[in-house]
Design a protein around this ligand. Structure first.
Ligand code: SAM
Length: 312
């Protein structure tokens, strides 16, 4: 299978915000095909170091090629929810910056056998790490209609979530749900006729929601961001690109909690709870890609970039 490349999103904005100290230690929590990692390495001096993570073994294989060419770089096959353990294993306590570029890489989306795409027929899998957890097909065997509808609504913002969940489970029971093409067809026919040809394809939001569910992405993100904040040294940067509103809300909320941790009632004249901010916003209102980038790389259209800095 020919390797498909990945065009990094908001590359300059991301790396400008992240790398302020060329001699520092940095973490790229989502290596992918290494576009952002390579940009970090270009900014680092011979003393600087970069540790990258990815939960996808194919991404890690790609990263190992870069390890052989650049002694400042290390890659680990791990989920960013395990960032605490990974840093401890490498003897890194405080770091100068942690960057995230969430979601899927183009090779993941474009390889039919990974099961992420409704545009190509593949197995119902969707695991970013195929050696961990259960594929979508197994998870659909045990989920209730109510749970499935809720997760399609919550993770996909899908207004026809109830109809789609019912149709998916009915197709499962009748043995008509074997591949991503079956899932695409079921989603298409589950929505009202009037919604089939307007806006995005009727399977888009459901595929996104199921992928988030299979990979436990929201919990991973909460854990990864919290660990990153704990490990930033003073003035260290947290820089995150999110691609949908649920993800971006978690980024905003986890950082906001670190910026305003005080739990004292608003009428108290001074803080007595003792919780002090550990972060400050550098860019609270998310940056968006400019028109030129969206034109060249339509995948960047929904990107939102947030930047925060450690204050202690
Ligand atoms: C959008 S791509 C990153 C692309 C990369 N910045 C580049 O320029 O090539 C997101 C990557 O993050 C990885 N990923 C997603 N969730 C992860 C997690 N919880 N832990 C580690 N890696 C994760 C995916 O496997 C994917 O390779």
């Amino acid at each position: 299978m020919a390797e498909v490349s990945h065009v990094p999103v908001m590359l300059d904005e991301w790396v400008d915000a992240l790398v302020l100290d060329p001699d520092g230690r940095y973490v790229d929590a989502t290596f992918g095909r290494g576009g952002h990692s390579r940009a970090i390495l270009e900014r680092l001096s011979p003393q600087g170091r970069l540790l990258a993570l990815d939960r996808d073994p194919e991404a890690v294989r790609e990263g190992e090629r870069l390890v052989r060419r650049d002694a400042r770089f290390t890659i680990v096959h791990a989920s960013f929810g395990q960032l605490d353990e990974v840093l401890a294993e490498h003897g890194w306590d405080k770091v100068s910056g942690v960057g995230f570029d969430l979601g899927l890489s183009s090779p993941q989306l474009d390889q039919a056998q990974r099961g992420f795409s409704f545009q190509q027929e593949g197995p119902l899998d969707m695991r970013m790490n195929p050696d961990e957890g259960q594929p979508l097909s197994a998870m659909l065997r045990t989920v209730s209609e109510r749970e499935l509808a809720k997760l399609i609504r919550d993770y996909g913002d899908e207004r026809f979530a109830g109809r789609i969940a019912r149709a998916i489970l009915q197709a499962m029971r009748e043995g008509r749900m074997k591949t991503t093409a079956d899932l695409e067809r079921v989603c298409f026919h589950a929505v009202p006729r009037s919604a089939r040809y307007h806006g995005v394809h009727p399977a888009t939001r459901t595929f996104q929601a199921l992928r988030i569910w299979v990979n436990d992405e929201m919990e991973q993100l909460r854990q990864g961001l919290s660990a990153a904040i704990r490990h930033l040294r003073a003035a260290g940067r947290l820089v995150v690109i999110a691609f949908h509103s649920g993800e971006d809300r978690i980024v905003r909320d986890v950082i906001e909690q670190a910026v305003h941790p005080c739990t004292c009632p608003p009428q108290f004249p001074v803080c007595v709870c003792g919780r002090r901010p550990s972060m400050r916003w550098v860019q609270k209102k998310p940056l968006r890609p400019d028109e030129r980038e969206v034109e060249i790389n339509p995948r960047s259209r929904s990107a939102r970039l947030r930047i925060a800095e450690a204050v202690s």
